[in-house]
Write a protein that binds this ligand. Sequence first.
Ligand SMILES: [Zn+2]
Length: 127
Amino acid sequence: MRMADGIRERGFRRWHERTLLASHGWLAGAIVAAFAAFGSLEAVLGSDAWVDRAGFTLAAFFCGAVTLSALRRFLLALVRAQRAAAQAECSGCHTFGRLEVIDAAAGSQCVRVRCRACGQAWTMDDG
Ligand SMILES: [Zn+2]
């Protein structure tokens, strides 16, 4: 979901909170997949038949790929939420996160927002 749409639907603070929760969901998925990958590697070492070894090796590679993908999504979402939070404080009254979207062009990463407390406007980058 685009940051501008998320802010319009839920407000900045809830969008930020949900983005952080989603990122940590990916982290939990990465941990589970890493356990599965290491379990598969251990099973490779403990099996004698080549069919079992081939199956466990494939499982280890698959789980490793899922781990890396989930870690990547975790980091992207975390960085996105933190970058947005760093731009969410009004320079006029120092209020954090009480803002509304006043302009967000489709396809653009820039979002023009306004402070709900004092009305100061600024541009946030969702890149
Ligand atoms: Zn303000």
